[in-house]
Write a protein that binds this ligand. Structure first.
Ligand code: NAD
Length: 262
C-alpha cells in the first residue's frame, strides 16, 4: 500500500495504522518535492522502528508494484494522483477534502480503469452513523424535526463541519429530498419551520462530536458519534483501501465497503 501526503498529520497516522494492520503493509511513501523528509525512513519519521521504506517525491515511480494508494494530501494534488493511479492500474482511496470539479472528473476518468473510493470521513463508526441516519429518516414521519449538533476543537475553520453536512445529506436522502444545505433559520428566531437544523459549538481540543436528533411528539431518537482520536480516520482508510484493492474498476463509497450486498 502507498501513501500520498505521508508527511502530513494524517499521513503519519496512516504509517502508524499500517504498522499494526492485518493484510496490508506500507510499500511506498510519497511527499511533495523538496520536503525535508524526502530520502528519510517513513517508519522512523512516524516515531516507529525504521521500516526501510524511504520517503520519495516521485509519485509515478513510487506506484510500481503497488496494489492500492491512499491519498491524504492537498486538494490540488489529487488530480495528479488520480491520473497516475489510473495509468499504472493502482486502486485509489482519497481522504483529502475540498476537491473541485476538475479533480472529480480526473477521479471519474481513473475509475474507468481502477477502483476509486472518495470519502471525506473515513471513520468506520461515522460511516455506519450515516447509514443509520438515512434509514431512521426514511422510517420516521415528517412530524419528526431533524436537528444536527456538532462540536469540534477551537482551531477548526469551517462550520458546520463537512461531516455534519454529510449527516444532513443522509437525512435528506432518507426523506427523498435533494439536499439539506438550505440554511434554516439563520438567527434561530421565530417558530421552527421545516428543514434540517444545524447547531455548532467550538472549543478546546474536541476531535469531533456529532449528534443527530429526530424530535417527535412525546419521543426523541438520538444517534451520536464521538471521535476521541484522529487515528480512527487512518484505521478506517487502511481497512477500506485493503478491501478496495480487490474490487473491479469504478467509483465506491465507504458504505460499499461497510454494507456489501447480502
Ligand atoms: P496536513 O497539511 O498535515 O498534510 C498534508 C500533507 O500533504 C503535507 O505534509 C504536505 O506536505 C503534503 N503534500 C503537499 N503536496 C504534496 C504532493 N504533491 N505530494 C505528496 N504530498 C504532498 O493535512 P492533514 O491534516 O494530514 O489532512 C490532509 C487532508 O486529509 C486534508 O484534505 C484533510 O481535510 C483531510 N482529512 C480527511 C479525513 C477523512 O476522514 N477523510 C480526516 C482528516 C483529514
Amino acid at each position: 500500500m502507498g501513501i500520498v501526503g505521508v508527511t502530513g498529520r494524517m499521513g503519519l497516522e496512516l504509517v502508524r495504522a499500517l504498522h499494526t494492520a492485518d493484510g496490508a503493509i506500507l510499500a511506498a511513501a510519497v511527499a511533495r518535492s523538496g520536503h525535508p523528509a524526502v530520502g528519510k525512513d517513513a517508519g522512523a519519521m512516524a516515531g516507529l522502528m525504521p521500516d526501510e521504506v524511504l520517503v520519495r517525491a516521485d509519485l509515478v515511480a513510487s506506484l510500481a508494484g503497488l496494489d492500492v494508494v491512499i491519498d491524504f494530501s492537498r486538494a490540488a494534488v489529487v488530480g495528479a494522483t488520480a491520473e497516475a493511479c489510473g495509468a499504472a492500474g493502482v486502486a485509489l482511496l482519497v481522504g483529502t477534502t475540498g476537491l473541485d470539479g476538475a479533480t472529480q472528473r480526473s477521479l471519474d476518468a481513473a475509475a474507468r480503469r481502477v477502483p476509486v473510493l472518495v470519502a471525506a470521513n473515513t471513520s468506520l463508526g461515522l460511516n455506519v452513523l450515516l447509514e443509520l441516519v438515512e434509514r431512521a429518516s426514511r422510517a420516521l414521519p415528517n412530524s419528526f424535526d431533524i436537528e444536527i449538533f456538532e462540536t469540534h476543537h477551537r482551531h477548526k475553520l469551517d462550520a458546520p463541519s463537512g461531516t455534519a453536512l454529510a449527516l444532513g445529506e443522509a437525512a435528506a436522502r432518507g426523506k427523498g429530498a435533494p439536499s439539506a444545505r438550505a440554511p434554516w433559520p439563520d438567527a434561530r428566531l421565530g417558530a421552527r419551520g421545516h428543514g434540517i437544523g444545524f447547531a455548532v459549538a467550538r472549543g478546546g481540543d474536541v476531535v469531533g462530536e456529532h449528534d443527530v436528533r429526530f424530535l417527535g411528539h412525546g419521543e426523541q431518537l438520538r444517534l451520536s458519534h464521538v471521535a476521541t482520536d484522529r487515528a480512527i480516520f487512518a484505521r478506517g482508510a487502511v481497512a477500506a483501501a485493503t478491501w478496495l484493492a480487490g474490487q473491479p474498476a469504478g467509483r465506491y463509497r465507504m458504505a460499499d465497503f461497510l454494507f456489501p450486498p447480502q
